[in-house]
Structures are given as C-alpha cells and as structure tokens.
Design a protein around this ligand. Structure first.
Ligand SMILES: [Zn+2]
Ligand SMILES: [Zn+2]
Length: 216
C-alpha cells in the first residue's frame, strides 16, 4: 500500500495539524481511498490531482477529521464510509441539539457528513488489489476505527494510537475501558507494522510497545 500524507492545518490553525491520508495500490496508482479529509479541501484536492477517488473513509466523526468531506464528495462523487456506531452516536448527539453539554464539549462541532456505507469490524474496503481491513477500536469515540493492510503491514490508526501517545477518552462517547481493549487488540499486530496516526508523525507497533502504550 502506498501511503501519502497531506498535513492539514485545522481551521487554518498552523498549531493544530491533522493527517489526511491518500491510499493506493502500487498496481493501480490512479485510484485512491481518502482517509479523514479534515479541512483545507483545496490542498487535499490538489494532492489528489487527476486520480480517481474510490471512497472516503472516516476513522471517526470529530470535527478535525471531517471538515473537507463535503467538498471532496462534491469534487469526486466518492462514497463516504464510517463505522455504524459512530454514525449512530453522532445522530444521538445531534438530536440533543447544540446546547447539550455533549455537543459543547467538542468545542468546535461540525455536523457529521452523510455516510453512504456503514462499516463494521472485519469489513474489507478494496481499491485495486489493496484490501483494507476495518478494525473497530472504540475508546476515543464509540465508532473509532483503524484500517489495516495486512499485506504491506501498515495501519492507519486515526486518533486511537499516536507516536508515544494514545487518544483522549474524555470526549462524549469516550471510554477508557474500551480504549484499553482496543489497544490490547492493536498489540496483537506484528511488531514491524507501521502506524499512521491522525495527528503527528508515524510510528510502529514495536515503538509503541516500547513506549508502553501497547501491552503485548
Ligand atoms: Zn478525535
Ligand atoms: Zn483528531
């Protein structure tokens, strides 16, 4: 799997960066999956260029991961995919209204984009010969997912696992108990798996076992 990182300043804030990933298979370089178009649609579309976007996958629904979804959909016509628990949870939050503590504690809330394909644990998302496995890793949010390419040993980890850190669990829908289970699952992956988080630099399963965030 070819992983390209588009580093995106969220809401133009150069101190708040997130990673949008463009994923492709070496045998079909003209076809892409876009993970977490968080903001700055123009920069993301420029990075996509003439290539065909086969799908947009959201690791979760926080505002810093979804800000450019609408514009990337309009420009590419690609379908949006997210875990079913994330979609359901965000619908519940939205039903509570903006005045609810749950919504306010996100600080800057954005409505969840329309999702055409609901994902569950173990689902496969394919582009070319690339087949990405959906790993449900709740904890940071109820429907947080990681995307695992077994063949190349690469994991897109969203806001679950970072370089020397793990995702916060104090947002609405967060759970430390779930996060522990999710990290224990990731610890089962081979040590040499490369990890591409939603923020900051890449890491590996081995590195995070040494950091103490993965017990295994
Ligand atoms: Zn998040
Ligand atoms: Zn984030």
């Amino acid at each position: 799997m070819q992983v390209e990182t588009v580093v995106v300043p969220v809401a133009g804030d150069a101190s708040f960066l997130m990673n949008c990933y463009l994923l492709s298979d070496e045998t079909e370089p003209g076809h892409l999956l876009v993970v977490d178009p968080g903001d700055q649609a123009q920069a993301i579309l420029a990075a996509i260029g003439e290539r065909q976007v086969e799908g947009i996958i959201l690791t979760h629904g926080h505002f810093d991961h979804i800000g450019a979804v609408q514009r990337v959909v309009e420009a590419t016509g690609a379908e949006v995919m997210a875990h079913t628990d994330e979609v359901r949870f965000r619908e519940e939050l939205a039903a509570l209204g903006n005045g609810s503590p749950g919504n306010q504690s996100f600080g800057r809330q954005r409505p969840m984009p329309a999702v055409q394909r609901l994902l569950t644990d173990g689902d496969l998302v394919a582009v070319g010969q690339l087949s990405l496995e959906v790993v449900h890793t709740p904890g940071h949010s109820p429907g947080s997912i990681c995307l695992y390419d077994r063949l190349s040993g690469q994991l897109i980890s969203g806001d679950t696992l970072f370089f020397g850190s793990m995702g916060r669990t104090d947002f609405p829908g967060g759970s430390m108990a779930s996060m522990r289970n999710s990290l224990a699952r990731l610890a089962q992956l081979p040590d040499d798996v490369s990890v591409y988080p939603g923020h900051d630099r890449p890491t590996s399963i081995r590195q995070e076992k040494q950091s103490g965030y993965l017990c295994g």
